[in-house]
Design a protein around this ligand. Structure first.
Ligand code: GUN
Ligand code: ZN
Length: 440
């Protein structure tokens, strides 16, 4: 057999149990690869090969370092498809629902990001927290201030993380100190695209906050930018809360539905990410599937703000691309494991059942697919960027006790999802470089 290794290249290898996905286990039988005693080989920041230790070890070039993580689980880094970095400092702020929470906490907190030093300080903490929780890619809202985007991407670039982020656009129904105009929002967004989109691992997302805070003129220009820069991302909120839905109906009486507002402005397209999607109808979901627009499910936020329960069954029946997200600061945890825990319960409340395997799919390859980044991140195919995490099934006394009594991979993953959190993440690697090590 010809060697799969190139003379002169450098490799690093990691021995552990390996899990990654090639498809959605809810719909495909052989959707995942599991190697109980596995080996992940990385070269130049990319995955070279992943498989059984016994099958690979004899061919590994002499002298290749092998990190020994036996007893641990290596999988692709988590992908959080909706999170607000400026809201880090206001996580767990009490309010009776979305709209009062925005007025009382969110807008005053976001005001502080006019100061680039404050923005850099929060971005540093935020990114440290993400990697501590095993998240290696996120779709991130900055604030209305372009300097908040510069601060975020500067910090992300320093860590060589694959991040997607954008400047919030709001030209009405918000405090003056956070308001742009249709023209300035589009101009600043375009400048930021030119500066940051595809610079290293950074990617830009057009970010109108949500329909109530944009005029038709702003949404029109957003749609035009989405068309002019088709490989950028687009992110916004939709159908999160019933008061918000009623507000949108009064602001856009001619639209068929809340989602239809975005559709009319050409905002449904591949690489568009819609957070929440609780109060959609079948027409909305059909349009999302047709246009390959994705849903970002935010269970901790939806429970915290009392927004509603995401309907997995309806979304699956119409084949809408799904992903999972924390939505911090509306969300109550940076941990995608804790997010799975709450997603599981939300599904149960809706009469559906979420397999653990599927939850890990949604938090890895599901996110990558929703962002049209399959092959780049989200699994261990050859050439994918080597973003991976090492999970410790013995991270806490309770996890240890429970995982020592599991009888299948499904049971092991279920225990990790329900009982795991930041402590479960022993190490995080981004493009083959370690960016987090848990301190015991
Ligand atoms: N809708 C508009 N803005 C926001 C926000 O910051 N968080 C959440 N959860 N929903 C929103
Ligand atoms: Zn949000």
């Amino acid at each position: 057999m010809a060697s799969i290794y190139t003379t002169g290249a450098t490799y690093q290898a990691y021995r552990a149990s390996l899990l990654h996905f090639s498809d959605d286990p809810a719909f495909q039988k052989n959707a995942y690869s599991w190697h109980e005693d596995g080996l992940l080989v990385v070269s130049e920041g990319r995955v070279h090969v992943a498989g059984d230790y016994a099958a690979l070890i004899d061919f590994l070039p002499a002298g290749t370092p092998v990190a020994d993580y036996r007893g641990k689980l290596i999988m692709p880094g988590f992908i959080d498809t909706h999170v607000h970095y400026p809201q880090t400092d206001m996580i767990a702020s009490p309010a009776p629902g979305l709209l009062p929470w925005l007025d009382k906490y969110t807008f005053p907190t976001e005001r502080k990001f006019a100061d680039p030093e404050h923005a850099a300080n929060v971005a540093r903490f935020f990114l440290d927290e993400l990697v501590r929780c095993g998240t290696t890619t996120a779709m991130v809202y900055c604030t209305v201030h372009p300097q908040s985007v510069d601060a975020f991407f500067n910090e992300s670039e320093k860590r060589n993380l694959r991040m997607v982020a954008g400047k919030v656009m709001m030209d009405r129904n918000c405090p003056d100190f956070l308001q742009d105009t249709a023209e300035s929002g589009a101009r600043e967004s375009e400048e930021l695209i030119k500066k940051w989109h595809k610079r290293g691992r950074q990617l830009y997302a057009l970010t109108p906050r949500f329909a109530p805070t944009s005029t038709e003129a702003q949404l029109e220009l957003t749609g035009a930018l989405a068309k002019a820069y088709p490989d950028t991302f687009l992110q916004t909120h939709v159908a999160e809360n019933l008061d918000e839905v009623a507000w949108v109906k009064s602001l856009f009486p001619q639209a068929r539905s809340y989602m239809d507002v975005y559709d009319r402005f050409g905002m449904l397209r591949p690489r568009s990410m819609y957070a929440h999607c609780i109060w959609l109808d079948d027409n909305d979901r059909a349009r999302m599937a047709e246009t390959r627009s994705a849903i970002s499910i935010c269970p901790t936020s939806n429970l915290f703000l009392g927004s509603g329960l995401f309907d997995f069954e309806k979304a699956d029946a119409q084949n809408v691309p799904l992903s999972l997200a924390t939505d911090v600061g509306g969300g109550t945890s940076f941990s995608m494991l804790q997010t799975m825990n709450e997603a599981y319960k939300v599904a149960r409340m809706g009469g559906t059942y979420l397999q653990a395997l599927r939850m890990f799919y949604l938090a890895t390859l599901g996110g990558a697919r929703s962002m049209e980044l399959e092959g780049t991140i989200g699994n261990f195919v050859q050439g994918a960027e080597a973003d991976f995490i090492v999970l410790d099934p013995h991270a806490t006394p309770l996890l240890q006790r429970r995982t020592e009594r599991t009888d299948s991979l499904e049971e092991l993953l279920f225990a990790l999802a329900l009982l795991g959190d930041d402590r479960t993440v022993l190490a995080t690697f981004s493009a083959g470089q370690q960016v987090h090590q848990r301190l015991d």
